[in-house]
Design a binder for this molecule. Structure first.
Ligand code: NAD
Length: 342
């Protein structure tokens, strides 16, 4: 098979932990170029991977060297860079949250359609084995009617993760647009939609900055969600779970309770109403904690979608629907009202 020529824009943590290594080991990829406004970082990463470095993404996009790019920059640049890449005739894998507004997300989707190029959003939680298995059990009817859920994603905050640290963009509203709710909450909004196979229709929330006095974005959020069939649940996103990451989801159904990523060994535990307990050891979830990182499958799915001309595993529309849950949560917090999604 022909190799796909790839460029990675933004050479920070997610590029270094996930995109670059996963492209490098993909036999169908030729990693060609990287770009970062920080020249030293761009050159360092380029040297490590034996590729060309750019400091201006427009130069990379018009170079003719690449057929597809990963967009791994701060959130406010996702839409402008993705749209520029699609307009330049390149396929795009964009990190989450896909954009900072519904209008931006729509413009990204329109640019992909207009140019006949793939747009995929990096919602890796879908590909975690326990999450896949839970979706399968629910869709098959094994768990019966689903009543409620609680899902959480929290850790100590991105200051120990981002290459920019505590002074960095994650904490600046004009670059991040949203804090823990957009960084972590959007993952769980996407996961719940995916695992339940239903849309979220109503959102109520508290979105606070109560842990990090240097942040001008939220660092703690708790939401209540309702789906189209009436499943109700909570979603918590936090940068202030100071001593241990929580990435767990519990789903309460008619015939069983599913505990996902709630036990350090058994990534899925199914507690049936009959008393039977089935434990699945399915491998680790990707995590910022040391040792947690494994193949996210995001990169290989993007590459396969391009090379086989198939719909990406997480389309722009899917990314936008998950973003809309976050936008509704922000609006609910502002207006102190329950917000209808769509
Ligand atoms: N899917 C996931 O699980 C996951 C995990 C972490 C981060 N992310 C997302 O990935 C994106 C990047 O996050 P990160 O953790 O790598 O951040 P980071 O702070 O570690 O790196 C960001 C990089 O972007 C570079 N950059 C800024 N402006 C640029 C420009 N105009 N052109 C090129 N490069 C530019 C910075 O210099 C920096 O090197 C964010 O949107 C974040 O939400 C996703």
């Amino acid at each position: 098979m022909k190799k796909l020529r790839i460029g990675v824009i933004g050479c920070g943590s997610i590029a270094q932990h996930r995109h670059l290594p996963e492209y490098q080991v993909n036999p169908n990829v030729e990693l060609v170029a990287v770009c970062d406004i920080n020249q030293e970082r761009a050159m360092e990463v380029a040297e490590k991977y034996g590729v060309i470095s750019y400091t201006d993404y427009n130069e990379l996009l018009k170079s003719g060297e690449v057929e597809a790019v990963s967009v791994c920059t701060p959130n406010y640049l996702h839409a402008p860079i993705s749209i520029a890449a699609l307009e330049a005739g390149l396929h795009v894998l964009c990190e989450k949250p896909m954009a900072t507004s519904k209008e931006e997300a729509e413009a990204m989707i329109a640019a992909a359609e207009k140019n006949g190029k793939k747009l995929m959003i990096g919602h890796n939680q879908r590909f975690v084995p326990s999450h896949q298995k839970a979706r399968q059990l629910i869709q098959s009817g094994e768990i019966g009617k689903i009543y409620s859920f609680r899902t959480a994603f929290g850790h100590g905050g991105p200051e120990n993760w981002s290459v920019e640290g505590k002074e960095g963009w994650f904490f600046q509203k004009e670059k991040a647009f949203v804090g823990a709710m957009g960084d972590l909450g959007v993952h769980k909004a996407d996961l719940i939609r995916y695992v339940l196979g239903e849309e979220i229709t109503e959102v109520g929330s508290f979105v606070e900055t109560n842990a990090k006095d240097f942040a001008d974005v939220d660092d703690n959020a708790v939401c209540v969600l309702k789906t189209e069939s009436g499943i109700i649940g909570t979603l918590a996103a936090s940068w202030a779970y100071v001593s241990k990451e929580d990435n767990s989801t519990i789903i309460y159904g008619e015939k069983a309770i599913l505990r996902l990523e709630d036990d350090p060994i058994n990534s899925l535990v199914v507690q049936y109403s009959t008393g039977e307990v089935v434990k699945y050891e399915l491998g680790k979830i990707q995590s910022n904690d040391a040792g947690g990182q494994s193949n996210s499958h995001v990169i290989e799915k993007f590459v396969n979608a391009v090379l086989q001309d198939q719909e990406p595993a997480v389309t722009g529309e899917e990314g936008m629907k998950s973003l809309e849950v976050i936008l509704a949560a922000l609006k609910s917090n502002e207006t102190k009202q329950i917000v209808q999604v769509r």
